[in-house]
Design a protein around this ligand. Structure first.
Ligand SMILES: Nc1ncnc2c1ncn2[C@@H]1O[C@H](COP(=O)(O)OP(=O)(O)OP(=O)(O)O)[C@@H](O)[C@H]1O
Ligand SMILES: [Mg+2]
Length: 385
């Protein structure tokens, strides 16, 4: 049972179907990308614990595979007790849906290097927290993703606005925010980390990415890091995934600074920046790796085969049943491919597809990133005739 049926879920279902699995795809609306390739689907509000209980009871899945954070994950502990395997573990899904749980685990319990941070539950507490952390800083609701409700405080006058933005956009039951010192990073990476039931933890080559409005725009793999930095990131990823338990792929996010590597956050599931692996950069893409790991099939090694890049196709309009132009131009490129997610509704900035591109081993990956961006820009999302 897949909880969340977006584009990442869709690729996971494709990988699972190739291994003969039966998949029930769940989301809050019908026709979601993963539902289009699954065996059956359910439409519920996944933050509603009783609705979750109902479909789990109805289908009695062997495995629950979360694809998003906004799920009543407390129920996962009950499912685990009842003998259903939650991927990668109930604890991993529950801790990562709340920034406080995962940040305190990483920084306090495990001693990973993170940005200095404080929490606040009111405007007055926020002012005090900003004073402690210092300006500039980033304010985020504890329960949110894709940059929703997030803002950067660059001057004291921004604090009130930051509180408003966070209060309006948070997803959870409590209006609580985390205030993080702004990390003056040189770049950001995702380290896809695979934990196995019966085998060593494996790492994909690091993925570089660029964010805008809280969403990734392009990603590329592999990214070259200064000496010793990859080892720092791998050690932190190993610690935090070990503490969360279970088997599956994790997208562990780091800031790369001049001084070293700073842990940011992680997803206990395939990561959107990891769509670059759909370019054939590795012997298995991130969805195939997740699928093998959750089924308990061995993964002897992850091999980087060639460099690749991905660039997202965003809509600039709101429409039902969008059509796409420019596909033939992307497909004319001998090393490019496009995935369209099949979303029935386009909205401004909604991710509708992704262009992936690869090159011969040794090619310049940053040139590849630029080329992927140019190709993605050739695609236009239009109102149907
Ligand atoms: N402390 C920080 N210093 C500098 N930049 C930051 C900081 N926190 C967040 N950002 C920027 O905002 C982006 C999104 O932040 P973060 O990953 O915490 O949010 P999110 O809502 O969980 O996003 P997603 O779900 O897309 O990963 C980061 O990738 C980074 O570019
Ligand atoms: Mg993030």
């Amino acid at each position: 049972m897949l909880l969340g049926s977006g584009e990442l879920g869709k690729e996971f279902v494709i990988a699972a179907k190739r291994l003969g699995q039966t998949v029930i795809a769940v989301d809050r609306y019908a026709g979601a990308p993963a539902m289009q390739v699954a065996d059956a689907f359910e439409v519920i509000n996944m933050l509603d614990g009783d609705a979750l209980d109902r479909i789990v009871e109805k289908h009695r899945p062997d495995l629950i595979v979360p694809e998003i954070e906004a799920i009543r994950t407390e129920r996962f502990y009950d499912y685990e007790k009842a003998g259903i395997r939650v991927v990668p573990s109930a604890k991993a899904a529950n801790y990562t849906m709340n920034r406080k749980a995962i940040r305190d685990l990483a920084a306090k319990e495990l001693g990973l290097k993170t940005a200095n941070y404080r929490y606040a539950t009111s405007f007055d507490e926020l002012k005090a927290a900003v004073a402690q952390v210092g300006i500039p800083c980033v304010v985020k609701p504890l329960m949110s993703s894709s940059g929703k409700g997030q803002s950067t405080v660059k001057a004291e006058a921004d604090i009130e606005k930051a509180w408003q933005i966070a209060a309006d956009k948070g997803r959870g039951d409590v209006a609580e925010v985390i205030v993080e010192a702004f990390v003056p990073f040189v770049s950001e990476i995702t380290l896809l980390t695979v934990t196995q039931m019966d085998g060593p933890t494996l790492f994909c080559a690091p993925i570089g990415h660029r964010q805008e409005r809280g969403d990734y725009q392009e990603s590329w793999q592999p990214v070259l890091l200064p000496d010793g930095f990859l080892e720092q990131a791998q050690e932190m990823a190993d610690k935090v995934t070990r503490a969360l338990g279970g088997a599956g792929i994790f997208g562990v996010e780091f800031f790369i600074t001049r001084e070293g590597v700073v842990f940011s956050e992680l997803s206990p599931r395939p990561h959107d920046t990891g769509m670059v692996t759909l370019a054939g950069t590795q012997n298995f893409n991130e969805f195939e790796l997740h699928c093998r790991a959750v089924l308990g099939l061995p993964i002897p090694e992850i091999r980087q085969e060639r460099p690749g890049a991905s660039a997202v196709v965003l809509s600039s309009i709101d429409t039902m049943h969008p059509v796409y132009t420019g596909l033939e131009k992307v497909c004319a490129h001998p090393r490019a491919d496009i995935k369209l997610f099949g979303k029935e509704e386009a909205r401004q900035y909604r991710r509708m597809g992704v262009v992936v591109l690869n090159a011969e081993p040794g090619a310049d990956v940053l040139a590849l990133q630029k080329e992927a961006r140019q190709l993605a820009d050739l695609i236009e999302v239009k109102v149907p005739k």
